[in-house]
Design a protein. Structure first.
Length: 230
């Protein structure tokens, strides 16, 4: 298999597609495969038309003084495997390519059908877009807390039934009242201890306490006895 002709738009397009998900022609470091491809180009690819190839070319240019020391054998072909497991052979011995080498040109992706490679790129991009859309649409789980609140009456003559009814009459989005009980304080006075679940972004406990304390006929004060995240 011959060396891909990067002097044509088709060749540059294939090179650009090859580098969409790669930093180097093969492997994870600059090698003689990159040197061969770099030398096959007479100038940097157009960044508007071939952004990935242009990015690669600019990066490999920083190694120009080290080309001879990069890993690999510049006289031997390199075999790599693309996204479709198609074998690709780069023959550095034929670089730089010229128009006279057309008969020896080979698809960088190891395929003679350029439309097939474009289709593979299109499918990958569609799948990535669908994944991002699905991830963005995933509903966010609201952070919630379970709270135990103490509500203290004025004295032992306070109607605790009315006090609790007043407290539970407060309805808000993100607020759910739970079980309650009366806890002795001394001298015949009992406090209401009530559980509630709140959505943290919707309910301010300070504001809720202030609202409960507006039932001045029954409520002397409120305290948060306990709180934990769900």
């Amino acid at each position: 298999m011959g060396f891909t002709d990067f002097l044509t738009d088709a060749g540059l397009g294939l090179l650009n597609n090859w580098l969409v998900t790669r930093s180097y022609i093969t492997g994870y470091n600059a090698s003689q495969a990159d040197v061969a491809c770099f030398k096959a180009l007479k100038s940097a690819p157009d960044a508007d038309k071939y952004p990935h190839a242009a990015r690669w070319y600019k990066h490999i240019a920083t190694y120009e003084d080290e080309f001879s020391s990069l890993s690999g054998d510049a006289t031997k072909p390199y075999t790599v495997y693309g996204p479709t497991e198609a074998e690709v052979t780069l023959n550095p011995a034929k670089a730089p390519a010229t128009a006279a080498d057309d008969d020896d040109d080979v698809d960088l992706f190891g395929s003679d059908d350029e439309e097939e490679d474009a289709e593979a790129v299109r499918i990958r991009e569609e799948r990535l877009a669908a994944y991002r859309e699905k991830k963005a649409a995933k509903p966010k789980i609201a952070a919630k807390s379970i709270v135990t609140m103490d509500v203290k009456p004025w004295d032992d003559e306070t109607d605790m039934g009315e006090l609790e009814s007043s407290v539970r009459s407060i309805e808000k989005d993100g607020l759910v009242w739970g079980a309650s009980k009366l806890v002795p304080l001394g001298f015949g006075i009992k406090k209401l201890q009530i559980n509630l679940v709140v959505e943290d972004e919707k309910i301010s406990l300070d504001e809720l306490q202030e609202e409960i304390q507006e039932f001045e006929d029954y409520v002397q004060s409120t305290d948060i006895a306990a709180m934990q995240k769900l």
